[in-house]
Design a protein around this ligand. Sequence first.
Ligand SMILES: Nc1ncnc2c1ncn2[C@@H]1O[C@H](COP(=O)(O)OP(=O)(O)OP(=O)(O)O)[C@@H](O)[C@H]1O
Ligand SMILES: [Mg+2]
Length: 456
Amino acid sequence: MTEPEKPVPRLSPPPAWRQELVRVIVVTTLALLVGAAFGHAMVGVCISLALFLGLYLRHLARLSAWLQRPKGLNLPEAGGVWGEVFDRLIDLQRRNRRKKKRLAGMLAEYQASTAALPDGAVVLGAYGEIAWFNQAAQVLLGLRGAADVGLRIPNLIRNPVFTDYFVRGDYSDPVEVLSPLNPRNTLSLHIIPYGNNQRLLIVRDISEFKRLETARRDFVANASHELRTPLTVLRGYLDMMEPELQRQEALALWRGPIAEMKAQAARMESLVRDMLRLARLEADTPARSEVLDVPAMLRRVVEDARALSHNEHRIEAEIDPDLRLLGDENDLQSVFTNLVSNAVRYTRKGGEIRIVWRAETDGAQFSVKDTGIGISEKDIPRLTERFYRVDVGRSRASGGTGLGLSIVKHALDRHEASLEIRSELGKGSTFICHFPASRLRAQGLPALTTAAAAKV
Ligand SMILES: Nc1ncnc2c1ncn2[C@@H]1O[C@H](COP(=O)(O)OP(=O)(O)OP(=O)(O)O)[C@@H](O)[C@H]1O
Ligand SMILES: [Mg+2]
């Protein structure tokens, strides 16, 4: 067996500064010897060192000149340590040039792609000043090119909704504003924070989407409205037929079908009513604001719920008698009725329903808690969608259209209120409406306290 060959250690040349040191020592020693031969050893050493100093100063002067104008001048050829320093500097310069070229290429590509975007993009600095924008932003916001760079964006988009959004600093959702160039167009403005205190403003023209939305809403509202008259006529004739059917035994065969027709016509009427209500809620008109006697409204709702339940559930209420709300009566009546009637319809006989109206830390809450069939976790986020029903058969059998919670959500939105849904399948559900403090009106003192809550 042959011994594995040992790697021959590579001899690296001694560093340049060491070679330079050796050169200085050798030359100075020679100068010393020559000087000694003439009887002036120190003069020889001084001449040698002076020559080296002169040489180094010359190289330093060239280096300084090159550092001032690295593009215009070439570094001279030099030996020893200076040669190495010059070579390294030239190498560093080449590498930097290559890197700069690559970055400039990437930047140009990035700018070309963002410039081609159909959406406007505006890069904002720490104080909201414009640093850069693309072609689309220029067209959508009417920016004037380089003249607007450096100006603060709230001074250019003079819209209170945008100013409020910009100052508030909660950029999770975009805001919609009328175009500063054409008030018939709508823009969506979304600020995206990034990097070191920088922000990107994305501008999108959503006028077409808005027009389609309005057309869809108008169509639903008009169609629902037009359906009301024929339905009323149908119901009227069916009502007229009923006593006749009861009187004449020969018509007994028709009693069942006519009753079914009446039930279906009633269902259609309630569907049309809900669709009209939803269309009205979706229209951008702000909710009417009057001081509502919510405790009185809720007492009636509780009575209606007991009637709907035929006393098959235990219905309890805890209502703060002093807590009033600024809002639209029809909207809030829909909210209360929908949530309470859902609790009755989706809770088995003998179940419990608890209705609460009370103040909370930063506002007030209306809640309906039941011990009903409950809703699975996956269905909860979809409940407020139009026509969404967990169990279509069950809901239809109880006369449901699946529009109730959608109406609730829209009505609450118009009151800056939110809907919280907690539920567990088979155990029950709680629907909580949170109203902001700005909508509360107290009657008498002390107000806004749960201590004053009374049992109904
Ligand atoms: N308290 C509840 N307990 C269990 N399921 C519920 C409850 N409330 C609502 N749901 C479920 O959510 C679905 C949507 O409710 P929503 O009120 O929107 O429609 P609906 O009650 O079916 O019909 P509508 O209210 O239009 O007459 C219901 O079909 C039902 O499956
Ligand atoms: Mg309902």
